[in-house]
Design a protein around this ligand. Sequence first.
Ligand SMILES: Nc1ncnc2c1ncn2[C@@H]1O[C@H](COP(=O)(O)OP(=O)(O)OP(=O)(O)O)[C@@H](O)[C@H]1O
Length: 261
Amino acid sequence: MVCLTMTTRHPRAAYLARMTTTLAVEVTDLVKVYGTGDTTVRALDGVGVAFPVGEFTAIMGPSGSGKSTLMHCLAGLDSATSGSVRLGGTELTGLSDKALTLLRRQRVGFVFQSFNLLPTLTAEQNILLPFDLAGRKPDRRRLAQVVSVLGLGERLRHTPGQLSGGQQQRVACARALLGHPDVIFADEPTGNLDSRTGADVLDVLRRSVRELGQTVVMVTHDPVAASYADRVVMLADGRIVDELRHPTSEAVLDLLKRLGA
Ligand SMILES: Nc1ncnc2c1ncn2[C@@H]1O[C@H](COP(=O)(O)OP(=O)(O)OP(=O)(O)O)[C@@H](O)[C@H]1O
């Protein structure tokens, strides 16, 4: 497995790093401690895990096990107390807030439970918003491809209020996918959806991995949602305690029960 450890600043070096690494994200011995003294909480307690390019991983675990903390550290939204996070070959530890903001904008996609679409913009304008804000022109072929894979062709002129919850979440997925980020982090993406529209969104995430080569890391409580992933990583008490490949919802449920979740 090839993995570059250098911090890349030059655009061509960054490009080459992305081309040669087979890991989208990798963390080593990650520790996150909140608070001091009696109120100290060790939310992550020496986590080591890698997320290969083009794989769909679900992070699961009982409430308070550290899922959100891990995702925030992976995405450069929070800094760890110690340990290393490498995203697309770039070491995040020690980067300034400004550099982290830039890295998130250019190389990370987010899909949240609450969609986070602007209500006055059309679906297409929402999808293009990150590009507009950055003053960049999107690749029109990529836009057409993403819209087609996500089945949004008929909905581009609708505002979020004219779309179902599932369609809104698909627009949010398209927005995340358009810039071909190193990784998309999805935080309970189906938490606000009924099971049928939730299944549509999970299918979209699955297809973005299979057909567009996207890397997706999703936090979920739902064993059915996790069964769409290639792999489930199970956390308990801030540590990785198990891993399932090609998970079924039954196997995930069994594992959660054994952990007392
Ligand atoms: N800002 C904070 N300050 C202090 N403690 C925190 C903070 N954020 C999280 N924690 C603690 O860290 C631990 C892990 O929290 P985290 O939110 O990562 O768990 P989680 O697995 O995502 O939980 P849930 O499934 O309930 O969302 C918990 O004990 C939590 O109370």
